[in-house]
Design a protein around this ligand. Structure first.
Ligand SMILES: Nc1ncnc2c1ncn2[C@@H]1O[C@H](COP(=O)(O)OP(=O)(O)OP(=O)(O)O)[C@@H](O)[C@H]1O
Ligand SMILES: [Mg+2]
Length: 415
């Protein structure tokens, strides 16, 4: 076939493949036609190999960029608004209802999103942005845990050239970058006290000053913050500024833990099954009755993130179409504790002995001490991971930072 015919065929089978045409006698019409049909470029024969190589590199780069762009586009539209938030329980609906109200307003005081790790605080913040009037404006997220105080200040407020040794050029901060949209301060409880004061000023005065600058810049943005810490306690213990806390806590959305959302765990499981079936080419569609019971009664200390990891692993190892208890590698809180200390029920590595007597749903009659329970899980996870925090965190479906934070909270060894 002719070169142009071949080009058409390639475009039909995979429009992503970049095509460079080599034209024999430099017919301009042919070249124009080829570019119209989607050729990346054309070169005239005889071909200079160096030139061709450069062109091929450019084509490849161009393709990678396109792929990246379409990834971000699909990511941006994937969890548009509240549609991506699964949940029908009264507990979550109450929160979503208030979040929708907030999203509908253009101007509100800062919004503080609280809740345990993995409950969906980040997702909720993005939903508020995506379904509000400022959806087309930026949503700038900053993880406050990741940065030491001096860097944090420079990141947030920007700096002028020469403000410090490395400041070769001036740079706007994230607060300026979020102009017109949202600034989302994730893990606000980890912000250093010295930065807290400046943050408060920025919120109150709606203005920022770059490090090393005398000029105030007016800003128009909405602020959301999230934390899984008990900020009131942090305030009492003087680790968090009271005035900033009060400024942030005018509107609080407290995202309930998964164990308080009733059958939502089943809805979420169904959705996760679909996603992981597609990802791994599996066909797990049924959830056995004992599995439902176990999903409902397990306390999910890592919440939806933990659920997601558990289901992913189950789908990955699945062979049939039914999700069974042994796929989950969980133990219901009511089942007998593993040998040795702690004496409290903790998830066992091997999974529940469901084959013999089925999981025992619900709490033991004497009840459990949740904090004690969590502590013993942390200890167990660490032990089983041979003291490796990253591995232990992975097994618990939480981040390493969260693990460390929790270890500290319980006075356990933080390496
Ligand atoms: N209601 C929900 N429906 C569907 N997926 C959810 C829901 N809530 C949370 N998720 C998913 O669970 C995971 C954890 O959510 P997210 O990261 O928002 O939690 P988080 O509260 O910010 O956790 P952390 O405190 O550890 O930062 C994400 O993959 C998120 O997409
Ligand atoms: Mg988060």
């Amino acid at each position: 076939m002719s070169g142009l015919d071949l080009l058409r065929r390639i475009r039909e089978s995979d429009p992503g493949i970049p095509v460079i045409m080599l034209t024999a006698y430099g017919s301009i019409e042919g070249a124009v036609e080829a570019v119209k049909l989607g050729a990346f470029d054309y070169v005239k024969k005889p071909v200079d190999l160096e030139e061709l190589k450069l062109l091929a590199d450019r084509a490849r780069e161009n393709r990678l960029l396109r792929q990246e762009l379409s990834y971000y586009r699909s990511r941006a539209t994937r969890d548009v608004g509240f549609a991506g938030l699964v949940g029908a329980s009264p507990a979550i609906r109450a929160v979503l209802e208030r979040a929708r109200q907030i999203a509908a307003l253009d101007e509100t005081p800062p919004v503080l999103i609280t809740g345990e790790t993995g409950t969906g605080k980040g997702l909720l913040a993005r939903a508020i942005h995506a379904s509000g009037l400022r959806a087309m404006k930026p949503f700038i997220e900053i993880n406050c845990t990741a940065l030491p105080a001096t860097l944090m200040e420079a990141e947030l407020f920007g700096y002028e050239r020469g403000a410090f040794t490395d400041a070769k050029e001036s740079k706007p901060g994230l607060v300026e970058a979020a102009e017109g949209g949202f600034l989302f301060l994730d893990e606000i409880g980890d912000v250093d006290v010295s930065v807290q004061g400046k943050l408060l000023r920025a919120i109150e005065e709606r203005a920022v000053r770059r490090v090393g600058s005398v000029r105030e810049r007016k800003i128009d943005l909405r602020i959301m913050a999230a934390t899984n810490r008990d900020l009131e306690r942090e305030v009492r213990e003087e680790r968090f500024r009271k005035d900033l806390y009060f400024r942030l806590a005018v509107i609080v959305l407290d995202v309930p833990p998964l164990r308080e959302r009733g059958d939502d765990v089943l809805l979420l499981t169904e959705q996760l099954l679909k996603a992981f079936n597609a990802k791994y080419g599996k066909v797990v569609r049924e959830i056995s009755a004992p599995t439902r019971e176990l999903l409902r009664s397990y306390p999910w200390p890592g919440n939806i993130r933990e659920l997601s990891h558990v289901i992913e692993r189950a789908v990955l190892w699945s062979r049939g179409s039914t999700l069974d208890v042994e796929h989950l590698s969980l133990t219901s809180p009511g089942s007998p504790p593993p040998p040795g200390p702690p004496s409290l029920p903790v998830p066992s590595h091997a999974g529940v002995g469901a084959a013999d007597h089925g999981p025992t749903p619900g709490l033991p009659p004497q009840g459990i001490d949740l904090a004690q329970w969590e502590k013993s899980i942390l200890e167990q996870a660490l032990r089983e991971a041979g003291g490796n925090q990253t591995k232990a965190a992975e097994r618990l479906g939480i981040s390493r930072d969260t693990l460390r934070y929790r270890l500290k909270k319980f006075g356990l060894r933080v390496g």
